[in-house]
Design a protein around this ligand. Structure first.
Ligand SMILES: *Cc1c(COP(=O)(O)O)cnc(C)c1O
Length: 478
């Protein structure tokens, strides 16, 4: 029997049609999908609610615990933004609606474009890319088009620092470039000598993250831009770490030619499950002609999609960006208003407070270098007890915290990459530091207990390599 239990008054007081379940013939209803032996469990609503509520609590989430993943910026996303993204008129607008009937949505898109131009110091912004890596693809396609226009066909190399996020070399390689790695120096910044040596005439661009993935600000960023521009190479900035900068300084002012924002990281969209996201891209004068179509413009009191862009690299997405992510980002920025810099100030303050609390617990390869919104420690001091960064991460799960990013960036051995974000309170940071200190102490006294962690999670230790290569993505219904 099919389980349909509908009252004449729905949850929200809608009038729902009454289904007479007794009279439904399953065979006629399900057609070729009907199988006599198909047994649906018969459960009360209460049992079903409890089942799914329990399942929802088996995982760690920002609603239940701090998620200190370095690089990912897992901050709390205000609920009001969810409600705004859920407004019928935006949510149900058909993407093919003619411009004159979509003025509200186009206005929001235009407004966010203008605000991001201001925040990043750019000539223009496109909100089309669906994520950071997608923004990188757009950036490099525009750089290719730029060099092609100037008949710079010999420019086939892209430089990336050894601390770069994996998507940077991956995108460069996808676009057919040769990837050249530049070393970082003792202070965790770009090694200037190595950079100068590798900056040859065939370099198309340099992809840099600032602050870099060690949480360290690249102080020579203007020199880097100048050196590149002297050779008609461009500067791509990975803006995933804008959390550390918003409202304080503008990459466009340093000479950055193109940058992606990760709207879902910096400007509040819940993420971690794979999307949807937003990879807005800002550009300098040089790349403005190549922006993807359509471009949202405001002319004669009307918002409109402009397709007439002869030099455009084309279209990046079926329609125009992920509107729900755009709405959340706009709401986040407007809610801070002229105080937007507080995002960056609190993110940096939180990271440095936490770093201070953890002093002496783990090794800090860049102890005397000022940090921005995140920092990378090394669990190498625990190796003598045969405890690794992965063990520390697992033991954190038993103490009610999500684990930080581990083994990245590759330049730090046994790396623990921690980003508390601006939304955690000092109390939470203290509890987190306490948990890490306990783990480090236990590593000396009773390393075996850490090897057995996690013991409180539904899934215990997994074989990492096998879980990556042969993931089991479907639960059996046994
Ligand atoms: C997250 C991240 C990316 C990729 O962004 P997605 O939105 O996940 O595609 C690139 N670079 C850095 C430094 C990042 O942290």
């Amino acid at each position: 029997m099919l389980i349909f239990e509908l009252s004449s008054k729905g949850r929200r007081g809608y009038n729902l049609p009454q289904l007479d379940v007794e009279r439904i013939d399953p065979q006629a209803y399900l057609g070729e999908y009907f199988r006599e032996d198909l047994k649906f469990p018969e459960l009360s609503q209460l049992d079903v609610v409890r089942h799914y509520t329990r399942l929802s609590q088996l995982n760690y989430a920002i609603d239940t615990t701090m998620v200190p993943l370095g690089s990912c910026t897992m901050k709390y996303n205000p609920r009001i933004n969810e409600e705004l993204a859920d407004i019928e008129g935006f949510k149900n607008l058909h993407p093919m609606t003619p411009d004159q009937y979509a003025q509200g949505t186009l206005r929001l898109i235009y407004q966010l474009q203008e605000l991001l131009k201001e925040v990043g110091g750019f000539k223009a912004v496109s909100l089309q890319p669906a994520a950071g890596a997608h923004g990188e693809l757009l950036g490099l396609l525009m750089i290719l088009a730029y060099h092609k226009d100037r008949e710079n066909l010999h420019k086939r190399k892209v430089l990336v620092p050894d601390t770069s996020h994996g998507t940077n070399p991956a995108t460069a390689s996808l676009c057919g470039f040769e990837v050249i790695t530049v070393r970082s120096d003792q202070k965790g910044e770009l090694d200037w000598e190595d950079f100068e040596k590798k900056l040859t005439d065939d370099v198309a661009c340099f992809m840099i993250t600032n602050p870099n993935t060690l949480g360290i600000f690249e102080r020579r960023i203007r020199d880097i831009a100048e050196a590149l521009h002297r050779r008609d190479a461009l500067l791509y900035m990975d803006g995933a770490n804008m959390n550390a900068l918003v409202g304080l300084t503008k990459p466009g002012d340093w000479g950055v030619d193109v940058m992606h924002f990760n709207l879902h990281k910096t400007f509040s969209t819940p993420h971690g499950g794979g999307g949807p996201g937003g990879g807005a891209v800002g550009v300098s004068d040089k790349l403005e002609p190549y922006l993807p179509v359509p471009v949202v413009v405001f002319e004669d009191g009307q918002y409109r999609l402009n397709w007439n862009r002869p030099k455009s690299v084309g279209k990046l997405l079926t329609f125009y960006g992920h509107v729900s992510v755009i709405i959340r980002a706009l709401a986040y920025i407007l809610s801070y208003g002229s105080d937007l810099k507080k995002v960056a100030q609190h993110a940096v303050l939180n990271a440095n407070y936490l770093k201070g609390l953890l002093k002496g617990v783990f090794l800090d390869p860049y102890e005397h270098v000022p940090r921005m919104h995140e920092f990378v420690l090394s669990a190498q001091n625990l190796l003598k007890h045969e405890i690794t960064a992965m063990d520390v991460a697992k033991a954190l799960l038993d103490r009610g915290f999500y684990a930080p990013t581990v083994y990245f960036p590759l330049t730090v051995k046994e790396a623990l990459m921690i980003e508390p974000t601006e939304t955690e309170s000092p109390k939470t940071l203290e509890r987190f530091a306490q948990a890490l200190s306990e783990i480090a102490e236990l590593a000396q006294k009773d390393p075996q207990s850490i090897k057995l962690a996690p013991s409180k999670t539904p899934v215990k230790r997994i074989k990492e390599a096998e879980a990556n290569r042969k993931p089991v993505l479907r639960a059996s219904l046994a």
